[in-house]
Ligand binder design. Structure first.
Ligand code: BG6
Length: 527
């Protein structure tokens, strides 16, 4: 994973260089790496696309993107000047082989300029139907040949179903070795997601209880307040199951459930993750109803503003059956996790943007305390907050102050921002730097994507064959459809209000209690 500044000169060729991803994510990430002195001293960014842009107008547009989307705010004039003097635009029609000849010429000229051989990173920020012409166009110019220096980066969606993912793999494998291919799942670049491994395997405390004997169940949530924005073209064909569960959520599940790696080598970690995917109990067509729930948002209130239903968003079919919410229960069939449910859920237009993993521990095996002492007691819970708050929270029981024995749950909290007071790099910074360094630990291997598709394929098939009759079935600004509550309640459990929100509510309620006490009324401190 990303560490020191890499030394070799590097060229980033961004296909789709005039598009949204380059504008919002890639260039702000490269600029931040530059500011931190982490890019190689000699680098070049070559954006390509159909847009008619001069180098100057391209740089101006990218600067607006950095001003708007970098967490560091507006650019510093001098630094931007220095950075952007390495950025160029090449207008190209990728259906025309001359486009690749022009790219090859630019790359050869750069090698001549540096009197050496630069690392070449071909970043495919384009829809998957462009993978084939680009991979073969590059091969046509022999730009894939230098196996250690030429790397190709592909964005999700990596396929639409197991078969299309295999097709994409075959296309890439025709011209590139697996070691040259970097399949991005940007969640793996998030500090807090990487921290799951550090937390689990860097501490002696937790691993001995990280199993079915002590853990009752696991909930993993990726909740978003936003709707689909301008992405209906993609989202209408994707839906929440493909968009988030197939990749981000399953990857997090793998990190939570994997066995301890023998080393930190990229294949070792990826192998351990793929073992989890392969151990996930297959869901048959007739079990889909008990293991998965879908939803679509109607109108509702987000941050006090009324927002339209999904079916009225620009570009969405008026009777669309695309799900914007999905919840799935998985079991991992191995010694460690047998019969421990993993509940995964995601949705657009939920009340908050929050991602977190919540480990629910079993109650103690025997309660020695009298019933009255346990009125407020709760089983232990460990939360890994992924975003926006980044940290770890542990809930445990203590004695409530007072003359009698009564248990009360309290939270022990660690927040990155308090503990380190340093900026966390954005996911794309980490991932781009890893590509430069040739470290593929945080990228998806082809067998991983294939196994992840296999896990969700039966649900996809079932949902495609049976139209939902109750869409829209949740209000924007709510926690999803009622069917999702019923689904988990059947197991005798309930969804956890994401802990960060819960903590905010608890703090507020503590304050109210204290004020009440100060006013002479004796109230119990609530959980
Ligand atoms: C993307 C999905 O992969 O992740 C989007 O396609 C989603 O639909 C986004 O909004 C969420 O990413 P993050 O980093 O904002 O949680």
């Amino acid at each position: 994973m990303a560490g020191d500044k890499p030394g070799s000169a590097t060229v980033f060729v961004i296909f789709g260089g005039g598009g949204d991803l380059a504008w919002r994510k890639l260039i702000p990430a490269l600029y931040n790496l530059f500011l931190d002195g982490r890019l190689p001293a000699r680098f070049k960014v070559l954006g390509t696309g159909r847009n008619q842009l001069s180098d100057e107008s391209y740089r101006r547009r990218l600067r607006e993107g950095v001003d708007q989307f970098s967490d560091r705010g507006e650019v510093d004039e001098k630094s931007w000047e220095d950075f952007s003097s390495n950025v160029f635009f090449l207008e190209s029609d990728l259906g025309d082989s001359r486009a690749f000849a022009a790219i090859a010429k630019e790359l050869a000229a750069y090698d001549e300029q540096i009197s050496g051989r630069a690392i070449r990173i071909f970043y495919l920020a384009v829809p998957p139907d462009m993978f084939k012409p680009i991979a073969s166009g590059l091969a046509g110019e022999k730009l894939n040949r230098d196996r250690s220096q030429a790397r190709i980066v592909v964005e999700k969606p990596f396929g639409h179903d197991p078969e299309s993912a295999r097709r994409l793999d075959r296309i890439l494998a025709e011209h590139f070795l697996e070691s040259q291919i970097y399949r991005i799942d940007h969640y793996l670049g998030k500090e807090t997601v990487q921290n799951i491994i550090a937390f689990r395997f860097g501490n002696a405390l937790f691993e001995p209880i990280w199993n079915r004997r002590y853990i009752d169940h696991v909930q993993i949530t990726v909740a978003e307040e936003d709707g689909i924005g301008h992405r209906s073209g993609y989202y209408e064909h994707a839906g929440a199951l493909r968009d988030i569960i197939q990749n981000h959520l399953l990857q997090i599940l793998c990190l939570v459930a994997m066995e301890a790696p023998v080393s930190f080598g990229s294949d070792e970690i990826r192998q351990k993750k793929v073992d989890v995917l392969r151990a996930i109990r297959p869901i048959t067509a007739d079990q889909v109803g008990q293991n998965a729930v879908r939803g679509q948002y109607g109108s509702g209130l987000i941050r006090g503003e009324r927002v339209p239903p999904y079916r009225s968003e620009a570009g969405v079919a008026p009777a669309s059956t695309t799900e914007t919410f999905a919840a799935v229960r998985f079991f991992v069939d191995n010694w460690r996790w047998q019969d421990v449910p993993f509940y995964l859920r995601t949705g657009k237009r939920l009340p908050a943007r929050i991602s977190e993993v919540c480990i629910h521990f079993r109650p103690v095996p025997h309660q020695a305390f009298p019933g009255a002492a346990l009125a407020d007691s709760r089983p232990n819970r460990l939360v890994m907050a992924i975003q926006p708050e980044e940290g770890i929270l542990l809930r445990f029981e203590v004695k409530h102050p007072g003359p009698s024995m009564a248990l009360a749950p309290v939270m022990m909290q660690f927040y990155y921002r308090e503990a380190f007071r340093t900026r966390s790099p954005e996911a794309y910074e980490t991932l781009l730097l890893d590509v430069v360094r040739g470290d593929s630990t945080l990228f998806m291997r082809s067998d991983q994507t294939e196994a992840a598709w296999a896990v969700i394929a039966p649900i996809l098939d079932k949902w495609q064959s049976v139209n939902p009759t109750d869409f829209p079935n949740y209000h924007a600004g709510s926690w999803g459809p009622e069917s999702a509550d019923i689904f988990i309640a059947r197991d005798g459990r309930s969804w956890t209000l994401p802990t960060f929100l819960q903590c905010r509510e608890d703090l507020a309620s503590c304050r109210v209690d204290r004020e009440a006490e100060d006013g002479g009324q004796k109230t119990e401190n609530r959980k």
